[in-house]
Design a protein around this ligand. Structure first.
Ligand code: COA
Length: 251
């Protein structure tokens, strides 16, 4: 149980809202667990026709909670919540949309590789500093991003950790459109209502055809996960997490 994920319904649209503003929506294990449960629960509920991810103003999410990473890096248990969430996302039976405003780090970027439609705001920057943290790409991004964005943009994003503006993200197909901060939630939810109003059986077949064999993506998530867990316990990663934790103290 966590108060940081709010799951709401607007008609046939299930809204999964990350709501931990004081930590810029950093995702801890309980939050991943709640989001996995919402996705699988919504998929099983005939009243739900699509899922929407939202954050708070200025922060979609700052990615995995680095405190959780550090706990695992120093001998703690990791749990299955992140893996469960990634698999639920990659295999979601119903369309997934997101409305991204502001910070979109790590999973805040890669989640969108699994979304059918993403809106973002002009102040949004997509960023995945995996390698700078001593880590490797996750969420199947090492497979999906090169296919979607091309090899060089993927390298800049996933290996170099370069930020990508909302405009560039639209241009290269990571997101559907850029809309203002004051309208992002409403535009996303209206589009979700539009999706929810489509004939569900035909929509499911159309979407499944476009997505193709998702077992390949799940297999890549598993493969990335094995590297990721090993990297979390590397000296490179431990030092990066400790540097982040220490930066306020020394500022
Ligand atoms: N994990 C844990 N805590 C985080 C966090 C994360 N991923 N991102 C932000 N926070 C916390 C900060 O420690 C800070 O907490 P405090 O007020 O108790 O000190 C609070 O959220 C606000 O963050 P702050 O850094 O002051 O905000 P900012 O607007 O200056 O910067 C970010 C925002 C996202 C650019 C910056 O926090 C950051 O780089 N975070 C780490 C992102 C990351 O590497 N994620 C993992 C990706 S795999």
């Amino acid at each position: 149980m966590t108060d940081f994920i709010k799951v709401e319904r607007r008609g046939a649209v299930q809204i999964i809202k990350m709501n931990r503003p004081d930590k810029k929506n950093a995702l801890d294990r309980a939050m991943y667990g709640a989001m996995a449960k919402a996705l699988t629960g919504g998929d099983a509920d005939p009243e739900v026709r699509c899922h929407v991810f939202l954050g708070v103003p200025g922060a979609f999410t700052s990615g995995n909670d680095l405190q959780d990473f550090l706990a695992y890096a120093t001998g703690g248990e990791q749990g299955m919540e992140v893996y469960d969430f990634l698999v639920a996302l990659a295999t979601a039976a119903k369309p997934v949309l997101s409305g991204v405003d502001g910070i979109a780090v790590g999973i805040g970027t890669t989640i969108n590789l699994h979304c059918d439609l993403t809106y973002a705001t002009p102040r949004t920057v997509f960023k995945t500093p995996f390698v700078d943290l001593g880590l490797v790409p996750e969420a199947g991004s090492s497979l999906i991003a090169p296919a979607l964005l091309g090899r060089q943009r993927s390298f800049a994003l996933l290996a170099l950790g370069e930020g990508m503006s909302a405009g560039t993200a639209k241009q290269c197909g990571l997101i559907y459109d850029v809309v203002g901060e004051d309208e992002i939630e409403e535009v996303t939810l209206q589009m979700a209502e539009n999706v929810a109003a489509k004939p569900p059986e035909a929509l499911k077949i159309a979407r499944d055809l476009m997505l193709g064999d998702r077992k390949i993506v799940v297999e890549r998530i598993r493969e990335e996960g094995a590297h990721f867990r090993a990297r979390l316990q590397s000296d490179e990663a431990r030092q990066a997490f400790m540097a982040f934790m220490a930066r306020k103290k020394s500022a």
